[in-house]
Design a protein around this ligand. Sequence first.
Ligand SMILES: Cc1cc2nc3c(=O)[nH]c(=O)nc-3n(C[C@H](O)[C@H](O)[C@H](O)COP(=O)(O)OP(=O)(O)OC[C@H]3O[C@@H](n4cnc5c(N)ncnc54)[C@H](O)[C@@H]3O)c2cc1C
Length: 382
Amino acid sequence: MPDRSFLNWPFFEDRHRQLAERLDSWCAKNLPVDHHEVDAACRALVAKLGRDGWLKPTALDPANPGPLDVRTLCITRETLARHDGLADFAFAMQGLGTGAITLFGTPEQQRWLGKTRAGQAISAFALSEPRSGSDVANMEMTAVRDGGDYVLSGEKTWISNGGIADLYVIFARTGEAPGAKGISAFIVPGDAKGLGIAERLEVIAPHPLARLSFDNVRVPASALIGKPGDGFRIAMSVLDVFRSTVGAAALGFARRALDESVSRAAERKLFGAPMAELQIVQGHIADMALDVDAAALLIYRAAWTKDTGAARVTREAAMAKLFATDKAQEVIDKAVQLHGGDGVRKGHIVESLYREIRALRIYEGASDVQKVVIARQVMGAV
Ligand SMILES: Cc1cc2nc3c(=O)[nH]c(=O)nc-3n(C[C@H](O)[C@H](O)[C@H](O)COP(=O)(O)OP(=O)(O)OC[C@H]3O[C@@H](n4cnc5c(N)ncnc54)[C@H](O)[C@@H]3O)c2cc1C
């Protein structure tokens, strides 16, 4: 039985506690799914999550506009990740992919959200390029104004849902100024002429991922999100909301690793007694529990701070993501160790957690980048 005591913390309201209970029961009945056909599995997960209403918090409700509730996003990601990494991925991308539209879209653009919240359209967020990952301002893809249209040319890579998305939010250079101030954001439909899959990318925890090519892709000027030159600010605002939720997914993986380890230590006999009686094993379990609780405190602090009105949570979100993802890696590594040979056996839950966690320390700002962000915030405040 996973530890639920954190739900009594003052960061939460009763609606969050009820959500955690209801979603956990839903997950127990519906997850994990078979990951072998990853595109089909992802499409089915989005449809199922949408059908049962779980995608509603990922984006603004055009009929009843209000801010995103980051605590709801974090609890949902934590719970889904504890049951199935691909389900968490499917949920997370519906939010990240439409974040710019929720925060800065026109009412016309926000019509997409009715479909993404219902699981009837899949979304993607396309910022990274072959020569600009961490160094976002160095992007090369261009969007050139041509009458009433923009024409997009270049490449995006590492795009989650690349190849299966119905809509992409794309960032491209429009040239109002050099560097970060010359980038704009656009909505590009998945079936746009000239948009192609240059390469499918396979990673250690498979999910739909691609390098995309844009060969003179034409979109109307109404596809521009915000104003020309606002793209970098828009991307950073979206990441500011969703970065804590990456930490929440890591927390879900870490909690599962801890639960599996506690069960294993109770059941497995070593030297004539349960493994749990070995004091070094107890030491590992204590370290894991400490890291899980500390990560949860940082994540829900960041989420609560945002939900209660802070304009930006750059420092809090960076701390939450950095600590939760790095510590989840350590917790899961300990779980693998405590499981002995079974820990590295293909198909075992802790083996899959070991693969699932790694990329979270790289995307949406690598751990090293989070340290730079935190240091700048701390030193800037002095
Ligand atoms: C599984 C997966 C899914 C992804 N999904 C998406 C997506 O949906 N959309 C999207 O746009 N992108 C996505 N990405 C891309 C991701 O955001 C980039 O991989 C990430 O920003 C790092 O960029 P890079 O790979 O080019 O590495 P680089 O920018 O070359 O960085 C390599 C390493 O250098 C170090 N480093 C970088 N900057 C600094 C610094 N300032 N100080 C100190 N050290 C530093 C870090 O250790 C970093 O890991 C995804 C990546 C992965 C692996």
